[in-house]
Design a protein around this ligand. Structure first.
Ligand code: NAP
Length: 288
């Protein structure tokens, strides 16, 4: 018997995109069209697909976008100089540097060159600090999407046992901080966690962001739990799967995101949301 409700990330993303489109149109009428600069360095095929997806989403939602396609051989100083020009460009409200950068670049230095008010990926230390301090700022797109999906599931976070598996700066850590800010009781697990299964079984809300297919089995899920699977893994047979054994977890969880069609569609959507927010703040005054 299938117990879990499947959380439809595509539907949630479509709803938020419609809202961004309407608000972007209203802003454009007032003279500020939200604009995003997308910088790709090198020719990693996966990165190119992500970058194209971001530019396409801008076009669909009526946002202005500029793409910069730079060779992997570009000196870091030139990349930082480009970011400096975009920081000063009033048409650009958000700057996104597609990660990972090719070998040889100092990713932290490059991200730190972005004006925090244009850091729509939420990876500048100022925005990380603002998230830690509970101040308004830009939240990384994937964990922001995770929060929307938990809300969609109707799961109350306040007081809930929340377990986040994975502690990356991109997903795990910010997801944990967002759950904490929403008054969850949060545990963060990682590769050195002892008794991962036992810790996961305590979770009313389980967020998994590791990158290992089949890591979370049905026996690690509390009956009725809300499970958000961030993992995106390509199997040798070409199938895309998450970190959770989806078919088995369906029998135990209360609500669960599929892969694909769960967290995936949310990431670009939240980037569009952040770009809209950046334009609003540029017009009305930013909180920082
Ligand atoms: P990451 O930087 O590689 O971090 C993986 C985390 O998992 C690390 O904190 C690592 O622990 C932990 N880990 C590794 N093995 C573990 C184990 N056996 N048990 C418990 N924890 C373990 O990856 P990421 O960038 O956070 O991404 C995670 C997954 O989400 C990937 O599959 C990625 O493709 C996917 N993703 C999806 C989207 C989307 O839009 N859907 C966006 C971003 C990422 P240590 O810190 O101890 O090494």
């Amino acid at each position: 018997m299938v117990a879990a409700r499947i959380i439809d990330g595509k539907a949630v993303a479509a709803r938020i995109r419609a809202e961004v489109k309407a608000k972007a149109a209203a802003l454009t009428e007032k003279g500020t069209r939200p604009g995003l600069a997308v910088i790709l360095v090198g020719d990693d095929p996966a990165s190119r697909i992500y970058v194209n997806g971001k530019k396409k989403a801008c076009a669909e939602l009526g946002l202005y976008s500029e793409g910069y396609d730079l060779p992997a051989t570009i000196p870091q100083a030139e990349l930082i100089a480009l970011i400096g020009r975009l920081n000063a460009d009033p048409r650009i409200h958000g700057i996104l540097v597609q990660l990972p950068l090719p070998a040889g670049f100092d990713e932290r230095a490059v991200l730190a060159a972005i004006d925090p008010r244009k850091d729509v990926d939420g990876l500048h230390p100022v925005n990380m600090g603002r998230l830690l301090a509970g101040l308004p700022g830009f939240v990384p797109c994937t964990p922001a999407g995770v929060m929307e999906l938990i809300r969609e599931a109707g799961t109350e976070i306040k007081g809930a046992e929340c377990v986040v598996v994975g502690r990356s700066e991109l997903v795990g850590k910010p997801a944990a901080l967002l759950l904490l800010a929403a008054h969850g009781t949060v545990t963060i697990c990682h590769s050195r966690t002892r008794n991962l299964a036992e810790v996961c079984r305590r979770a009313d809300i389980l967020v998994v962001a590791v990158g290992r297919p089949g890591l979370v089995t049905a026996g690690m899920i509390k009956p009725g739990a809300t499970v958000i699977d961030v993992g995106t893994n390509r199997l040798p047979d070409g199938r895309l799967v998450g970190d959770v054994d989806f078919a088995a977890a369906l029998e135990v969880a209360g609500a669960i995101t599929p892969v694909p069609g769960g967290v995936g569609p949310m990431t670009i959507t939240m980037l569009m949301w952040n770009t809209l927010q950046a334009a609003l703040w540029a017009m009305e005054g930013s909180p920082f």
